[in-house]
Design a protein around this ligand. Structure first.
Ligand code: FES
Ligand SMILES: [Fe+2]
Length: 439
C-alpha cells in the first residue's frame, strides 16, 4: 500500500465500525497521521503551574517537533519551537529549567527573548546589507500555528490550518472547567512530576481503551478479586487504595447505565451520570469550602459531574475525581509514551492530591496491579495484528449504520462502542485531507 499517494486506500481503512490493522501497524500511516491528524489538532502541552516564574520552561515533543513551553516576562505562557533560527540547534536541551531573561543558543550564541523574538546575533556587522532583515532567521524562533491557555491548561496546534481552539473542543472544555472549579480558588497546582512510561503499542489502542467499559471485569479480574480478598486487612493499611480498587470489579450492568456522550472531533464523556469514582468518601469540610467559593448550586453541579473519563481527542484524557490527566505522546506506529499527571486543587484539603497520587500509582503506573494487565494486552494486540488472516479490528457493538457521521450524541449505554467509533471518524476525516486543503 502507498497511503500517501492512494486516497482510496486511506478511505478503506475504516469500514462500518471496523478498523483496518494498518491504522495501528503501518509506519506510513503513522507519518501521515502525524502530519494530517496531530499537526492540525489541538494538543496538550502542559500546565501553567509547571512554569510559575518568568523564564521557567519545560521541553517536550509535539507530533515530532521539539517545543519549549516558557513563562514570558509579561507573565504569559508561550510555546516556541526548540530550533535555533540560525542553523537549527536545540536552544535548550534539559527537560526543565529557568532561562533567565533570554534564551541563548549554545552553538553560536544567538539570543532570543522569552517570547522567541530575536534579540542578538554574533558578529552583527557581518549581516549588514545582506538582506538578513527579510530572512526567516530574523523572525526569531518559530511558534506553533496556534497556542491557547485555558484554565491553566496549555494547548498548541502546530499547523496554521485547522479549527479554532473553542470550535475544536466545544463542550469538552467543561471537563477542564470542572477540574479547575474543584479548587475553591478556581486554580490547580500540578504535582511535581509525572509517571512517564513507554508502551510498545499504537497510541490508538490506549485511547480506545480509555472508553472500553467491557474490559475491566475480565482484564482486571485479578486486581479486584485480590482487593476483595484482602479487603479487611487493607482497610487499615490504606483505605484510599481499597476504595479505588474495588470498583474495578463492576460488571457490565454498571456501565450499561452510566451514560455517555460523544462530541464532534473525536471527544467524548464516558459516565455522564455516574462512574466508578462517584462513591468515593466525602472529604470533611471540602463541600462547604466549594459552596463558599462558588455558591451552593454550582458546588453541587461540580461535585455531581464525576465521569469515568473525558477524552479531549487526540492527546488527552481527564479525570475530575481524582484529578488526573493522562497524556499520550505517540513516538512510532508501535510505540507510545504515556504521561500521568496529578493535581492539587488550590485551597482544597491536601488529601485531594493524595487521592490523585494513590490512583496514579495504583492504576496508571506500569508497575501497578491494574495497568500492567492493560499493557500486556495492548502489546499482544500490536504483535498479533500482523498475523495472517483477519486484517480488521471490530468496533461494531451497538453499531447503527445510520449513526451520525460526527457529532453530538447522548446515549445511556456506556458499553456502546460509539465512543470509540467517534474517535475513528474524527481521525479518518483528518487523514483523508491532504495538507494544503482547508481543514
Ligand atoms: S545554531 Fe544557534 S546560534 Fe548557530
Ligand atoms: Fe484497563
Amino acid at each position: 500500500m502507498h497511503y500517501r499517494t492512494d486516497a482510496e486506500a486511506v478511505a478503506g481503512l475504516v469500514s462500518k465500525g471496523q478498523i483496518h490493522r494498518d491504522a495501528y501497524i503501518s509506519e506510513e500511516i503513522f507519518q501521515l497521521e502525524q502530519e494530517r491528524v496531530f499537526a492540525r489538532s489541538w494538543l496538550y502541552v502542559g500546565h501553567a503551574s509547571q512554569v510559575p516564574q518568568a523564564g521557567d520552561y519545560i521541553t517536550l515533543e509535539l507530533a515530532g517537533s521539539p517545543v519549549i513551553m516558557i513563562r514570558h516576562s509579561d507573565g504569559s505562557v508561550r510555546v516556541l519551537i526548540n530550533r535555533c533560527a540560525h542553523k537549527g540547534a536545540s536552544i535548550v536541551s534539559r527537560p526543565q529549567g529557568n532561562a533567565g531573561r533570554m534564551l541563548r543558543c549554545p552553538y553560536h550564541a544567538w539570543c532570543y527573548k522569552t517570547d522567541g523574538a530575536l534579540l542578538a546575533v554574533s558578529l552583527k556587522a557581518g549581516y549588514k546589507d545582506t538582506g538578513f532583515e527579510a530572512s526567516a532567521a530574523a523572525e526569531g524562533l518559530s511558534v506553533p500555528g496556534g497556542v491557547e491557555t485555558y484554565r491553566g491548561f496549555v494547548f498548541a496546534r502546530l499547523s496554521r490550518q485547522g479549527m479554532s481552539f473553542r470550535e475544536y473542543f466545544g463542550e469538552a472544555l467543561g471537563a477542564l472547567d470542572n477540574m479547575a472549579d474543584r479548587s475553591p480558588e478556581g486554580e490547580l497546582q500540578i504535582a511535581g512530576s509525572c509517571i512517564r512510561s513507554v508502551i510498545r503499542c499504537n497510541w490508538k489502542m490506549y485511547l480506545e481503551n480509555i472508553n472500553d467499559t467491557v474490559h475491566p471485569i475480565s482484564t482486571h479480574e485479578s486486581a479486584s478479586a485480590t482487593a476483595q480478598q484482602v479487603g479487611e486487612e487493607f482497610l487499615e493499611i490504606n483505605p484510599t487504595a481499597l476504595e479505588q480498587l474495588l470498583p474495578f470489579g463492576s460488571g457490565y450492568d454498571f456501565y450499561t447505565k452510566m451514560g455517555a456522550r460523544t462530541l464532534p472531533n473525536g471527544h467524548s464523556i464516558l459516565g455522564t451520570k455516574f462512574s466508578i469514582h462517584t462513591d468515593y468518601s466525602d472529604v470533611p469540610g471540602y463541600q462547604e469550602s466549594l459552596e463558599q467559593a462558588h455558591g451552593k448550586e454550582r458546588a453541587r453541579e461540580i461535585l455531581a459531574f464525576s465521569p469515568q473519563n473525558v477524552v479531549l481527542y487526540p492527546s488527552l484524557a481527564t479525570k475530575g475525581s481524582p484529578q488526573i490527566l493522562r497524556v499520550l505522546r505517540p513516538l512510532a506506529a508501535n510505540l507510545t509514551q504515556l504521561e500521568v499527571w496529578a493535581f492539587q486543587p488550590k485551597g482544597a484539603p491536601a488529601i485531594m492530591l493524595e487521592r490523585g497520587l494513590t490512583y496514579s500509582r495504583l492504576v496508571f503506573s506500569p508497575m501497578s496491579v491494574v495497568s500492567h494487565d492493560d499493557v500486556h494486552l495492548f502489546e499482544s494486540q500490536q504483535a498479533s495484528l500482523a498475523a495472517a488472516g483477519n486484517p480488521w479490528v471490530n468496533l461494531q457493538r451497538q453499531f447503527d449504520p445510520a449513526e451520525q457521521e460526527q457529532g453530538d450524541c447522548r446515549f445511556e449505554d456506556g458499553n456502546n462502542e460509539l465512543v470509540m467509533r467517534n474517535q475513528y471518524r474524527a481521525w479518518h476525516a483528518l487523514l483523508m485531507q491532504p495538507m494544503g486543503a482547508q481543514a
